[in-house]
Design a protein around this ligand. Structure first.
Ligand code: ADP
Ligand code: AMP
Length: 217
């Protein structure tokens, strides 16, 4: 099962991908997580990516395409994967199709998560993550048992690029550079649209339905 999760920042892709990854035992590959780990470790890629991420811009296509090409060679991807946050431009989408084609593989489904912009802003503003175990919470919609603290005991943090001044730029980048991928996957008959304006459980059910629809068709 090779899935692409498409949609604006804050729509809930990571939350759903995490659940599905456990259920189907396929890796959840989130390019944002890979880049944040590279930044934390101060690798050459991390140092290059930092200025783009902090400004709410996309990291250059060639950098991210190389990261994904290497990641997809790893053994744990044999039974499939969930790509979350990649592709984010048409060029990345084409590079992914080409890479898969070369190994006789293809994407099974692209799930496009939709949510009104004012809800996106609320979800992003309340997002808090654990720097240790990477668990993601929301101050109002999915709060931790103890305020500001992960169940693993680590203090939760707000991502620097989740601050309001950067969020506006990220949403504009999404509209201009990523949204054209909706049409790209639609034309290839791979797109399923998911109404993300519901509880985590209800969205998860729609995700299941979209995948099941594919399997039975
Ligand atoms: P993305 O990966 O698309 O950027 P996340 O999965 O990180 O989005 O979710 C963004 C924020 O919204 C997080 O704080 C998360 O806990 C919260 N969230 C995710 N799904 C829902 C939902 N269905 N209803 C309310 N809040 C949600
Ligand atoms: P995310 O965690 O998906 O919200 O991504 C955080 C940031 O990482 C984005 O705003 C971009 O700067 C960068 N990033 C993540 N994935 C990609 C990608 N596929 N292409 C370019 N930049 C990316």
């Amino acid at each position: 099962m090779r899935l692409v999760f498409l949609g604006p920042p804050g729509v809930g892709k990571g939350t759903q991908a995490e659940r599905l990854s456990k259920q189907y035992r396929v890796p959840h590959i989130a390019t944002g997580d890979i880049l944040r780990a590279a930044m934390a470790n101060k690798t050459p890629v991390g140092l290059e990516a930092k200025s783009y991420i902090d400004a709410g811009k996309l990291v250059p296509d060639d950098v991210i395409i190389n990261i994904i090409r290497e990641r997809l060679k790893e053994h744990d991807t044999k039974e499939g994967y969930i790509l979350d946050g990649f592709p984010r431009t048409i060029k990345q989408g084409e590079a992914l199709s080409k890479t898969l084609e070369q190994s006789g593989e293809k994407i099974d489904r692209a799930l496009y998560f939709e949510l009104p912009e004012e809800e996106l802003v609320k979800r992003i503003a309340g997002r808090r993550s654990c720097p240790a175990c990477k668990k993601v919470y929301h101050t109002a919609f999915n709060p931790p048992p103890q305020e500001g603290v992960c169940t693993c005991g680590t203090a939760l943090v707000q991502r620097k690029d989740d601050r309001p001044e950067t969020v506006k730029e990220r949403l504009a980048v999404y509209r201009n550079e990523t949204a054209p991928l909706i049409q790209y996957y639609k034309e290839r008959g791979l797109l399923s649209q998911i109404d993300a304006d519901q509880s985590v459980e209800a969205v998860a059910k729609r995700v299941q339905d979209a995948i099941f629809q594919k399997k039975s068709s």
